[in-house]
Structure formats: structure tokens, C-alpha cells
Write a protein that binds this ligand. Structure first.
Ligand code: GDP
Ligand code: IMO
Ligand code: MG
Length: 431
């Protein structure tokens, strides 16, 4: 039996949704363990595009989908997403979806605070998704968060909302110059959400444990990417949760011994949405070409994604931090047609070569990428289904990534569709 974690290795949008949807065919349970609707995971099945923000990407395969305690969940968005999926004929009944009673609720004041703070920061803003993610995780750490267990207890919920909103309205109005919110409106609206969501609330940790004991396979779906991790990313230009594989345990309620494989998803190049350092960013025609050909627009906010060459300093960082057992390279098709392709193998800082990602952003700002140049390929590879059939220069690019990362490329994605995939080594079908 295998229990596999999928994580992003870069700054998000690596194609996690596509790969989770694909691998979910061999899983019984798919669990999200962190983040919220800052995520946008795209699946393309039979030409139809479906984007999920909260519900795990296993839902299209009809699997049991769990929202773990490590998530921050906006109930309005969740209900909207379940309705959107149901309209497409997807089963979203409580038999299929469960939310941890320990997951935190994103409240209207979290969104108001997120947006008002970004506005106040002006040019120094983080470029958050504005979905209230940071303020919700702050409340969790401050022990003033509100959880699904509270939502379904009306008396307790009222008391908590009134106490917390007293402080939030003070900050919104007096410090941020934003409009205060009416606690009675919030209580009434969330009361309606509670009625709809109560049948979905469960002890997710116990459900996973029961599943594992019954011989079921679990797929853990990460959101964001390793370099948006609150501890290991480009702080403060990060999200507010731990994104790395270790948090699959805390955020879902399982022990590390249950995890059998960790797959890191990496785009064949690099993208980033929002502000923050990006050493291999391209500001030329090649960057524009990748952005256009790759349709690099955020799946959540529609913002144009910044594009650059594959950065092996960050990819190697992700291999170490997540204990990756294998890599998936996505969007390899997008690099076709370039004469040459660069791989960033290190950074030059004041005449010295840096092999590891520095914590200090002022050092990072002075780092120049060191590139190795490989020949490109002109062939369309989107129809290829065997690694050996790839053009020789595409194979050389993959071989070099494996050599530098020191782990194998198990899956190669050559298009957005479920079938546009080359599986070299299936994580659920070992031995
Ligand atoms: P996620 O957040 O990691 O799930 O990634 P997103 O869904 O935000 O962004 C990835 C985008 O790339 C989506 O539009 C996918 O449909 C698309 N995609 C994924 N894999 C491939 C691929 O191999 N080739 C191409 N051309 N598109 C892909
Ligand atoms: P998926 O799961 C790309 C970025 C935001 C911003 C920073 C903080 O689709 O890969 P937040 O709203 O989390 O406080 O924003 O993190 N960000 C993402 N970028 N993909 C994501 O998710 C992201 N989730 C957050 O753009 O820079
Ligand atoms: Mg995304």
C-alpha cells in the first residue's frame, strides 16, 4: 500500500492539480493539508477545464476528498465550489467530501484585513491573493481562530464572533481606515453556511487512519510551492502556512511513518505570481514567449505570471526540504521551439558561487544566476507518451535535471490533458 504526498517545488502553479487528478485514479482518499482558496488547481479532462480552489483535485475521479485541519476554509467559497462541481455532474455529497472539525474558518474580517493591509503597504505589498489567508492563520496562532467545530455550535459561535470582532473592527477602522463589519450580519450569514456544511464536518484524521487500516491508498495534495513556505520560502514574500511535505502529517493528522513517497512537481521553467525575489526571471522576448505559449495567468486571481528559466538552486532546495523521492516535470511542451534553453545551476554573489538559497533577501537581490546552456528542440512533443520517443535534446534536458537534482523524473507532462502524460515510474504501482 502506498500513501503519496504531492508538493510544489517552485512558487506554486506547477501543475499539481493535473497530477493529483491523474494519480487519484489509484488512490481511495485525496486530502488537502494546508492553504485555502489562495490555491487554484486546474484539471483538464476530455477537453473541459475545471479549476478547484478548496476541494481536493481527486473529486473528478470520484474519490473520497478530505479537507484537513491544516487548511483555512472560506465556507462561502466552498459552497460555491461544490455547487459548481455538482453542476458539472460531479458527486459532492457528504459521502464524498469531509471537512476537518479542526480546520479554521476564513471570516469576512480576514478578507477585509488582508485587503486593507495590502493597500496600506502600497508598493511594498506582498501581492497576496486577498482571500484572507494570512489573517486567518494569524488568528489560529493567536488562539482566537474559529473552527468548523465552532461553526456547528451556534451559541459558542455567536460568543466567539462577538469577542473577536470587537478587536478586528478596531484595527480595521482605527488603524487601517477601512469600514467595520457588523457581527450580527456575520453570525446570520455563517448560520446559513453552518446548516449547509454541518453534514460534511468530521474527524479527518480518524477517517484517514480507518482508510489506511482497511488497505486504502491516500494521496496528499499540497497547495502553493516550497518557496512560498512560511519557514523555507522567500520570507516575507510567502504564504502563511507550511507548504513542505512534513506538513502533510500535521495538516492532515497522520504520522510520518505512514508516508511512502513524496513527489515534487516542477514546471520545466519557473513562474511566480505576486511580489518577491525571482533570480532566474526573464524580462525579454523569451520570457514573453513562454508566458504567452504557457498561458501563464493565475488560476485564482487572473494575474499575469512572471516567467523565467528553470532554477536548480531552488529545485535542489525543494528536493532536500521535502525529502522528495521523485520529480514530475510539467509543461515541457511549452519549451519547444527555442534555439537554446538555460538552466540556472547556481548564483554568483560578489564574485563567489552560492549553491544554496540564502535566507537574507538583500543577498538574494544581489545574486546573479549562473546558467548552463543546452540545445533546444523544435518538435511538438505533446502527443508523445514514451520517454524514449522524446527528441534527443529534450531527453538531454531531462537527464541534466535528474543529474543535478539527484532524484529521478518519474512523470513527464507534455500537455494540460490527463492523457498528455509520460509515466516512467508510477508512485502507486511499485513492485
Ligand atoms: P497548480 O496550482 O499547481 O495546480 O497549477 P495551476 O493549475 O495553477 O497551473 C498550471 C497550468 O498549466 C494549468 O492551466 C494546467 O492546465 C496547465 N498544465 C499542467 N500541465 C501542463 C503541461 O504539461 N503542459 C501544458 N501546456 N499545460 C499544462
Ligand atoms: P497554487 O496551489 C501561486 C502567492 C500569492 C502571493 C503569496 C501570498 O495554485 O499553486 P496569500 O494569499 O497566500 O497570502 O499570498 O503567495 N500564492 C500563490 N502563488 N500559486 C498558489 O497556489 C498561490 N497561493 C498563494 O500570489 O505572492
Ligand atoms: Mg495554481
Amino acid at each position: 500500500m502506498a500513501n503519496i504526498v504531492i508538493v510544489g517545488t517552485q512558487w506554486g502553479d506547477e501543475g499539481k492539480g493535473k497530477i493529483v487528478d491523474l494519480l487519484a485514479a489509484d488512490a481511495n482518499i485525496v486530502v488537502r493539508f494546508q492553504g485555502g482558496n489562495n490555491a487554484g488547481h486546474t484539471m483538464v479532462v476530455k477537453g473541459e477545464q475545471i479549476i478547484s480552489h478548496l476541494v481536493p483535485s481527486g473529486i473528478l475521479q470520484g474519490k473520497t476528498c478530505l479537507l484537513g485541519n491544516g487548511m483555512v476554509v472560506d465556507p462561502e467559497v466552498l459552497i460555491g465550489e461544490m455547487d459548481y462541481l455538482a453542476e458539472k455532474g460531479i458527486d459532492t455529497r457528504p459521502e464524498k467530501i469531509k471537512i476537518s472539525s479542526r480546520a479554521h474558518l476564513i471570516m469576512p474580517y480576514h478578507k477585509a484585513l488582508d485587503q486593507a493591509r495590502e493597500k496600506k503597504k502600497g508598493a511594498g505589498k506582498i501581492g497576496t491573493t486577498g482571500r484572507g489567508i494570512g489573517p486567518c492563520y494569524e488568528d489560529k496562532a493567536a488562539r482566537s481562530g474559529i473552527r468548523f467545530a465552532d461553526l456547528i455550535d451556534p451559541a459558542g459561535f455567536r460568543e466567539k464572533v462577538i469577542t473577536v470582532m470587537d478587536e478586528k473592527n478596531f484595527i480595521l477602522e482605527k488603524y487601517l481606515g477601512a469600514d467595520p463589519l457588523d457581527p450580527e450580519d456575520v453570525i446570520a450569514t455563517y448560520g446559513r453556511f453552518a446548516e449547509r456544511l454541518a453534514p460534511y464536518v468530521a474527524n479527518v484524521s480518524v477517517l484517514i487512519d480507518d482508510g489506511i487500516h482497511a488497505g486504502q491508498q491516500v494521496l496528499f495534495e499540497g497547495a502553493q510551492g516550497t518557496h512560498l513556505d512560511i519557514d523555507h520560502g522567500t520570507y516575507p514574500f510567502v504564504t502563511s502556512s507550511n507548504v513542505v511535505s512534513g506538513n502533510a502529517c500535521c495538516g492532515a493528522g497522520v504520522g510520518p511513518g505512514q508516508l511512502t513517497g513524496i513527489i515534487g512537481i516542477a514546471k520545466a521553467y519557473t513562474t511566480r505570481v505576486g511580489a518577491g525575489p525571482f533570480p532566474s526571471e526573464l524580462f525579454d522576448d523569451i520570457g514573453d514567449r513562454i508566458q504567452k505559449k504557457g498561458a501563464e495567468f493565475g488560476a485564482t486571481t487572473g494575474r499575469r505570471r512572471r516567467c523565467g528559466w528553470l532554477d536548480m538552486v531552488i529545485l535542489k532546495n525543494a528536493v532536500r526540504l521535502n525529502g522528495l523521492t521523485g520529480l514530475t516535470i510539467t509543461k515541457l511542451d511549452i519549451l519547444g521551439g527555442l534555439d537554446t534553453i538555460n538552466i540556472c545551476t547556481g548564483y554568483e554573489y560578489r564574485g563567489e558561487t552560492i549553491a544554496h538559497f540564502p535566507a537574507d533577501l538583500s543577498i538574494l537581490a544581489d545574486c546573479q544566476p549562473i546558467y548552463e546552456t543546452l540545445p533546444g528542440w523544435s518538435e511538438d512533443i505533446s502527443h508523445i507518451r514514451n520517454r524514449d520517443d522524446l527528441p534527443v535534446n529534450t531527453l538531454a534536458y531531462l537527464n541534466r535535471i535528474e543529474e543535478l537534482a539527484r532524484i529521478p523524473v518519474d512523470i513527464i507532462s507534455v500537455g494540460p490533458g490527463r492523457n498528455q502524460t509520460i509515466i516512467v515510474n508510477h508512485p502507486f504501482r511499485q513492485g
